[in-house]
Structures are given as C-alpha cells and as structure tokens.
Write a protein that binds this ligand. Structure first.
Ligand code: NAD
Ligand code: WQD
Length: 336
C-alpha cells in the first residue's frame, strides 16, 4: 500500500513512519519543517533500513502539493501536518485557522481530484472541550475551547461532510490523548522549539538541568493528589493505532472515529515521581496557580478501538518515562 504522510517529520508522524516502513508500507512524506528538522528523514531511514521519498512542502502551497500527487499514486493519506500549540493559537488564531484549515482543504481538494479516498486524520481529545465526566467515549458532546481545538473540530466536520458528499470515502478520525515517550533507540523523540508547553518535555528539561524547576499548575483539583490528571500514551502505541486504522478501514467507506488513549489517568505529581525514579534524581517543582483553560481530569474510554481495530496501548508509564528520558539524555539540545 502506498501512503502519503503529511507532517511526517514531526513527533507523532516520524514514529508512525517507522512503524509503517517496518511493516512494508511504501511511503511518501512531506513536511514544511516549520516545527521539525529534516534530520528526521535520515534518522527514520537509518532506524528502519528503508528508503522513502521526502518533499519539503507547505500544504498551503497548492501547486507544490499538487506536484506530489502528480508524481505519485497513493492508496491512502495519513494527515498529521498542522500547528498544535494551544497558547499560540489563542494569540494567533488567523495563523492557526489558515494553516490547519486551508492546508487541509488543499489536501482534500487534491485527494478528490486524484481519487485518493482513504484518509486517517490526527484529531485530539481537545474536541471534547470542557468535559464534565470521565472516562470519555467517542459519543461525548464536542466543543472547542481555543482556536487550535476549533481547527480540529472544523476539520472533523469537513471530513464528515466530505463523506456525505461522496460515500466512497473512508475517513478515520483518531482522537489522541496525551502522547509522550520516544523511540526505544533514543534517536527520535519530541523536539519542541523553545520552552516546552507540555508536561513531559518540561520535566525532562528540568531533569537534565536546562530548566530550573517544574511549575505544577494547581494542586486543588478534585483528583487523587489535587494535580491535573491526563491519559498519557506512548507515541509508539499511538503510531501503531494508525497502522490498525489503515489495516482495518482502508477501502471501508464511512467515518470511523476512535479515541487513542490508555484509559488510565495519571496526575502531574505521579508523572514527576515516576520520572524521578527513572532518572534517579530529584526534580525540583513548585506549585503555582492553575493554567487558564485546563480541566481537572481527562482520560479515554478506549474500548471502541479495542473492539473494532483490535488496538490497545501496550506500554506503561515507567516505559514512557524511560524512553522520554533516554531521548532527552542522548539529545540534550534536541536535534538542533
Ligand atoms: P509536530 O509539530 O511535531 O508535527 C506536525 C508536523 O506538521 C511538523 O513537522 C510541522 O513542521 C508540520 N506542519 C505544520 N504545518 C504544516 C504545513 N502547513 N505544511 C506542511 N507541514 C506542516 O506535532 P505532533 O505532536 O507530531 O502532532 C501531529 C498531529 O497530531 C498534529 O495535527 C497535532 O495537532 C495532532 N495532535 C498532537 C497531540 C500532541 O499532544 N502532540 C495531541 C493530539 C493531536
Ligand atoms: C498535562 C498536565 C497541566 C505543563 C495539551 C493540549 C491538547 C493536546 C495535548 C494536542 C496538565 C500540567 C503542564 C507544566 C504542569 N494537544 N502541566 N506544568 O494540557 O493535557 O493537553 O496537549 O491536541 O490539546 O491542550 O497537556 O502536557 O500541557 O499538560 O503542571 O509545565 O500537566 O496543567 O494537568 P494538556 P500538557
């Protein structure tokens, strides 16, 4: 099967490319490199021993994108490309809507024109908005609490409309919970630019001495220890979820929606203490005010993916921390 991977040098995209290549899929990858490094291309080739075509292309460049469809005939598209920083999306909504929505529309226009009718889309648990109960199943009400979440929700709706207009399409919408961890080799992992927004890269940067201490955003939530609870999922388990969606849903018309999470919630302090065990040092932290827009807890009901895709996350918290730490220690400055 020949697959186009958009945003394939990014964190989740690159790990998915490895899993695809290792299972014999033929890949074409493009990325604008706005939030990733071209070095990832060679790292993925070296880890897998497999070759693939890479295009440096911005999905807003409709002509550049069309060239990729002219050069190749795809069976399916796995669509990771997009901007993802929640805070930045509040400051720059136009940039986020333009990039994520207009970019996706360019992609879908070409998929229609070149008759590529299978897509797997990176959605997010953020589409559940301000959830009132957990665990969260796919039929929970949807809402957006920031422009980034708005783009995910709009793209989900665009994809649903696309299927209504042409019911030969197979659309898989995968709603990720909180991806962490890294490739077991330590050569590939999350490579945030500047000060990280997300918990795990922040913790590992404190542990390695690049940042002074972790700010724990609130300790009075109605959770086990008062800190926020999330469903952290190993990025390789997440990558394998995409393989399952391709295996089970390619050529099966419909809109197939799945939560990809472990179904287990861990608090900020549980993550911190597990990382302390793994890196064998104290990680300084201070409790500060809650972060605007954060919810107390968020974890998945992941039973639909198990039932319909035969997918279940296999890697536990200790391994997630070990792999994140190996990546951070081997690459103290990321790939720069
Ligand atoms: P990432 O930033 O590492 O990867 C996204 C890639 O898309 C980057 O390499 C970036 O350069 C590329 N890109 C952005 N705009 C582009 C454009 N216009 N044209 C071409 N390439 C472009 O992020 P990630 O964590 O790997 O996320 C992948 C996808 O999963 C994103 O759509 C993200 O919104 C979604 N997602 C991520 C998380 C998370 O916590 N990491 C959670 C839920 C959903
Ligand atoms: C996790 C927990 C924080 C940083 C975000 C997006 C979501 C999705 C995944 C893309 C929370 C606490 C964090 C820190 C802390 N992305 N925290 N100190 O907010 O659950 O989800 O990433 O789709 O849309 O919103 O992830 O890693 O930022 O936070 O105490 O320095 O860690 O309050 O409880 P979040 P996160």
């Amino acid at each position: 099967m020949k697959v186009l991977v958009t945003g394939g040098t990014g964190y989740i995209g690159s790990h998915t490319c490895i899993e695809l290549l290792e299972r014999g899929y033929e890949l074409v990858v493009f990325d604008s490199l706005v939030n990733s490094s071209e070095k990832v291309v060679d790292i993925v080739k070296s880890i897998t021993g497999k070759d693939f075509k890479f295009y440096k292309c911005d999905m807003l460049d409709a002509d550049g994108l069309e060239q990729i469809f002219e050069d190749n005939k795809f069976d399916s598209v796995v669509h990771f490309a997009g901007l993802k920083a929640v805070g930045e999306s509040v400051e720059m909504p136009v940039k986020y809507y333009t990039n994520n929505i207009c970019g996706t529309l360019n992609l879908l226009r070409l998929m229609e024109k070149y008759e590529v009718r299978n897509i797997v889309f990176s959605s997010s648990a953020t589409v559940y908005g301000d959830v009132k109960t957990v665990p969260i199943s796919e039929d929970f009400p949807l809402s957006a609490t920031n422009p980034y979440g708005g783009t995910k929700l709009m793209i989900e709706n665009i994809l649903k409309d696309l299927f209504v207009s042409d019911n030969r399409f197979s659309v898989s919408i995968l709603r990720y919970f909180n991806p962490i961890g890294a490739h077991i080799s330590g050569r590939l992992g999350e490579n945030p630019r500047g000060i990280p927004n997300n918990l795990m890269p922040y913790i590992t940067q404190v542990a390695i001495g690049k940042l002074d201490y972790l700010r724990v955003f609130g300790d009075t939530y109605p959770t086990r220890d008062g800190t926020g609870v999330r469903d952290y999922i190993h990025v390789v388990d997440l990558a394998i979820g995409h393989i399952k969606a391709l295996e089970k849903k390619t050529g099966i018309p419909g809109v197939h929606i799945y939560n990809l999470g472990t179904g287990i919630g861990y608090s900020v302090l549980e993550i911190l203490h597990t990382m302390e065990e793994v890196c064998k040092k104290k990680i300084p932290y201070r409790i500060v005010s809650p972060r605007a827009g954060d919810i107390a807890q968020c974890y998945a009901d992941a039973s639909k993916a198990l039932l319909e895709l035969g997918w279940k996350a296999e890697r536990g918290l200790k391994q997630m921390c070990e792999d994140s730490w190996r990546w951070q220690s081997m690459n103290p400055n990321g790939l720069e």
